[in-house]
Design a protein around this ligand. Structure first.
Ligand SMILES: *Cc1c(COP(=O)(O)O)cnc(C)c1O
Length: 380
């Protein structure tokens, strides 16, 4: 008998998504914009609290691109960026002809290191150019060191773009991720904590910024009866159909976060007896992680196997697992970019593994994961 595939993170519908899509069909509101877009934006705004404005867009990458434009980033500028992240955090810097300056991670959250961040800012200023913006990422849903990072950004007056693509529902000191930066970015791609089959959002505290983002996202059309343009625009708005899926997903978001957190506990139990396996967790009470993906890190001194051996073993059981994001400063495409760090991100990449964490995993599937891991550990 062949085993069905257990995915790292697969879409999990709540049930009402089709109701909102059906409404769009009934009203023939298939074109972009329309009631689902506004409804989805309102849902997100309410969920995030903190008096923010939300613009629903076609992807998280589009939201990052617009955030950089709204920060005034231009050709030749430098932008600070967490190195351990998905390429989508850094690519929009290159779209604008700007240079990413990559920063290493710290050990507690695997996110951007405050120490190297400040080193980098000082050094870039000394070399003659103050970075225009900072992209900090709540990786795998784990909040970065919000207080430290934002204190440094304030000290040097650098706007923070909070890449919250993986962190919808995570909080720091009770405040939702996605509400700390000048701008924040959400993603509703297929494997994220909620999905619109593809989509994203730009969050800002300034209603004027939302207006500008939507202007740019709809081809930057000036007010005139004909099509008049004084600047370059983009086609980045979310469609009314996709937003309908998003509205249904918002109804189940918190329930799905509970499930993801249960998955994290499940792995903690599985690996409890193994001294050399660390399940990444909140370092302090002030952190609340949505545990979009559960991450383990192996201590090479104590563990007689590599993450790659474990990954291949799970693959034989038709269970997907994946190394952490390969740091951007190690990527061929960014090999010329400056980097500040001492190897934490690189070590995380070499010794870390993401495990299946979906909110829709069944008890049978969890049993199979446990059996596969136990079987692997017995062989070692
Ligand atoms: C998914 C993701 C993005 C990009 O979002 P898309 O909607 O896929 O464009 C950006 N940053 C991080 C950290 C992500 O995981």
């Amino acid at each position: 008998m062949s085993l069905s595939k257990i995915w790292l993170s697969s879409p999990h519908m709540g049930g009402n998504e089709q109701k909102y899509i059906a409404q769009a069909f009934e009203q023939n509101w298939i074109a972009p914009l329309g009631p689902n877009v506004t409804g989805f934006e309102d849902d997100l705004k309410k969920y995030l609290g903190e008096d923010v404005e939300v613009a629903a867009l076609s992807s998280g990458t589009a939201a990052l691109h617009l955030a950089l434009i709204l920060c005034g980033v231009q050709r030749g500028d430098e932008v600070l960026c967490q190195s351990l992240t998905f390429a989508a955090s850094a690519n929009p810097i290159a779209y604008l002809g700007a240079t990413p300056v990559f920063i290493d991670s710290e050990e507690d959250t695997f996110n951007i290191s405050p120490d190297f961040l400040e080193d980098a800012i000082k050094d870039r200023i000394q070399k003659g150019q103050k970075p225009k913006a900072l992209i900090a990422v709540h990786l795998y849903g784990m909040p970065y060191k919000v207080e430290d990072i934002h204190a440094i950004a304030r000290k040097y007056d650098i706007p923070v773009i909070e890449d919250s693509a993986e962190a919808l529902g995570s909080t720091y000191n009770g405040q939702k991720c996605g509400t700390f930066g000048e701008f924040a970015v959400l993603s509703f791609n297929g494997n994220k904590i909620i999905t619109t089959s593809g989509g994203g959002a730009l969050v800002s505290k300034d209603p004027k910024m939302k207006e500008k983002a939507i202007f740019l996202a709809t081809q930057a059309r000036d007010a005139a009866p004909h099509y008049q343009h004084s600047q370059i625009g983009y086609n980045y708005r979310l469609s009314n159909i996709s937003a309908g899926i998003g509205r249904g997903q918002m109804e189940v978001l918190d329930a799905h976060i509970l499930k993801r957190r249960e998955m994290n506990l499940f792995y903690k139990e599985i690996f409890a007896s193994l001294d050399g396996v660390k399940v990444l967790n909140e370092p302090e009470k002030s952190y609340f992680c949505n545990h979009w993906l559960t991450v383990i890190k192996l201590d090479k001194e104590k563990i007689p196997f590599s993450t790659e051996e474990l990954r291949l073993h799970l693959e034989n059981w038709n269970i997907e697992s994946r190394p952490l994001w390969k740091p951007m400063h190690m990527q061929p495409v960014f090999k010329e970019a400056p980097f500040y760090g001492n190897g934490v991100a690189e070590e995380a990449f070499l010794t870390g593994l993401c495990l299946p964490s979906g909110s829709n995993l069944t008890n049978e599937e969890k049993e199979r994961i446990k059996e596969a891991v136990d079987n692997f550990l017995q062989e070692k």
